[in-house]
Design a protein around this ligand. Structure first.
Ligand SMILES: CC(C)(COP(=O)(O)OP(=O)(O)OC[C@H]1O[C@@H](n2cnc3c(N)ncnc32)[C@H](O)[C@@H]1OP(=O)(O)O)[C@@H](O)C(=O)NCCC(=O)NCCS
Length: 161
């Protein structure tokens, strides 16, 4: 089931963020870059505040959150992370379908994101095109990512993911 954030999800979400970075993105970024991205000191209070504000889409399996994606009102897709124990099982594809449905229902014509090297094939698979290379500067490290976008009218009928 994909649903919106519920109070308490932030505990799983904070953990998923850190584990996804260090286990799923570790072939694409250096150890120093991974530590700059997520240093392991998970600030659950700040995740609680962020989640209350952004109300991410959450996939729940076996009674717990296993992946989440944030959709901003302007079509910007922000955090997109899956629990490594559930990777490559279609979790994020199901969440993406829900996000696209919501975006269409709200009249958002274009989705866009700063996509990691790791996530690029996933976004490409879901109809996102590479716009340009990008750099993020965080805690003294520079991480490469890509601006990608998806025009919803081009990416399938309103009834498809
Ligand atoms: C990117 C990410 C969210 C994908 O989540 P997921 O639930 O594993 O994705 P899905 O199972 O729905 O994948 C759907 C398709 O996307 C593509 N895909 C997903 N992960 C991929 C990978 N690591 N390498 C190549 N293709 C990939 C494949 O086509 C896949 O279909 P397949 O498994 O039948 O081949 C997850 O790998 C992740 O959390 N990565 C680390 C954190 C990160 O970089 N987040 C993005 C920040 S922008």
């Amino acid at each position: 089931m994909t649903r919106r954030y519920q109070p308490g999800d932030h505990l799983a979400i904070g953990r998923i963020f850190h584990e996804a970075v260090h286990q799923l993105a570790s072939n694409d970024y250096t150890p120093d870059q991974l530590l700059a991205w997520s240093n392991g000191d998970i600030d659950f209070g700040s995740w609680q505040q962020r989640c209350g504000r952004k109300r991410p889409f959450v996939k729940e399996l076996d009674g717990r959150a296993v992946g989440f994606m944030e959709l901003d009102p302007d079509g910007h897709i922000d955090c997109t992370y899956v629990d490594p124990a559930y990777a490559r099982r279609g979790v994020m594809s199901e969440i993406m379908a829900a996000v696209k449905r919501e975006a269409r229902a709200k009249g958002i014509a274009k989705l866009f994101a700063e996509v990691s090297i790791t996530a690029r094939p996933f976004f490409a698979r879901h109809g996102f095109r590479h716009v340009r290379d990008n750099e993020v500067h965080v805690r003294g490290e520079t991480l490469t990512n890509f601006i990608m976008e998806c025009h919803l009218e081009e990416s399938g009928s309103p009834f498809r993911g």
